[in-house]
Design a protein around this ligand. Structure first.
Ligand code: AMP
Length: 305
């Protein structure tokens, strides 16, 4: 199937008319890779038997801060459409900035002064939100707009961006959007690095350093007893070592968080947690996370029956 390439709201409305439910949306910023491909395959199965997959490709200026890589973000629409064709996507919606935000002169100056935007609440101010002020406001605003214009029954997101996924789920509930949000586990290259559009900018040496991120998560998973301190120390050791390399890694955050609120777990916590890492290698900022069950000191010391 050759996907319809919709560049405007009008194109999209026309293309949509030919589709049947369920419509499954996969929002992306393009430069599609194996992680995205996995989302498309999941979307394809969710759309069966009569529905269709719609992929949005939009580098959203609202979610880039000053000095971030909005201009430099890879844009590979032709290759993206080719990948979508392989995966049976019906429509690729790739609007320009002025089409998405007519009231914003963002094509000249990214900002959100002229817009009504979504407030991401307290969960939007921590971790990624603390490092990138306004990031989740930008993300949720564009996702809400995409939901409005596409009106999918289902939308698919990756667990790689765990905080984003949680906030989208939250917005969907809090605004009664009635869209089913489906999560797809993180896709990794054979060496463990989570696939990302930004990986294409890593040099060989930077990539070798970046592997410390997934290795740190694996070290945390393997650590025993799986208490907060032991888990964090295991991950920290691997990241610290990578900080000493000639091409070093600098940690933005390493946090063991509650998977619902994303608040750091308190001492004595036991239960489900997410270990989240953000780090920079050269100029490239990378994030990753892993789910694990932590136990508290008391339980860890109990003799096994
Ligand atoms: P992006 O184009 O980076 O905005 O990502 C679009 C969607 O793909 C988001 O829902 C991401 O979480 C998801 N995604 C990106 N990379 C991966 C990956 N390595 N594994 C799973 N999902 C991913």
């Amino acid at each position: 199937m050759i996907p319809v390439l919709a560049r405007t709201m009008l194109d999209l409305a026309q293309a949509r008319r030919a589709l049947r439910a369920p419509m499954v949306l996969v929002p992306t910023m393009g430069a599609l890779h194996e992680g995205h491909r996995t989302l498309l395959r999941r979307a394809r199965r969710l759309a069966e038997p009569a529905g269709s997959v719609i992929v949005s490709v939009f580098v959203n200026p609202l979610q880039f801060g000053p000095g971030e890589d909005f201009e430099l973000y890879p844009r590979t629409l032709e290759a993206d459409v080719a990948l979508c064709r392989e995966e049976g996507v019906a429509v690729v919606f790739a609007p320009g900035v002025a089409e998405m935000y007519p009231s914003l002169e963002a094509h000249r100056r990214p900002g959100r002064e002229q817009l009504i935007t979504v407030d991401a609440g307290p969960m939007g101010d921590i971790l990624e939100g603390a490092s990138r002020p306004g990031f989740f406001c930008g993300v949720l605003t564009v996702i809400l707009k995409l939901f409005q214009v596409i009106q999918p029954q289902i939308a698919v997101f990756g667990e790689k961006d765990a905080q984003q996924l949680a906030l989208v789920e939250r917005m969907t509930k809090d605004f009664n959007l009635g869209i089913q949000i489906v999560a797809v586990p993180t896709v990794r290259d054979a060496d463990g690095l989570a696939t990302s559009s930004r990986n294409t900018y890593l040099s060989g040496a930077e990539r070798a350093t970046a592997l410390a991120i997934s290795r740190a998560l694996q070290a945390a998973l393997a650590a025993r007893p799986r208490t907060i301190d032991v888990v964090l120390a295991a991950a920290r050791r691997v990241l610290d070592d990578a900080g000493q390399l000639i091409t070093p890694l600098t940690v933005d955050y390493l946090v063991l968080a509650d998977p619902v609120t994303f608040a750091p777990v308190s001492p004595g916590f036991s239960g489900n947690a997410l270990l989240l890492v953000a780090a920079k290698v050269g100029t490239i900022r990378l994030i990753d996370n892993i789910f694990l069950v932590v136990t508290n000191d008391v339980d860890a010391r109990e003799p096994r029956a």
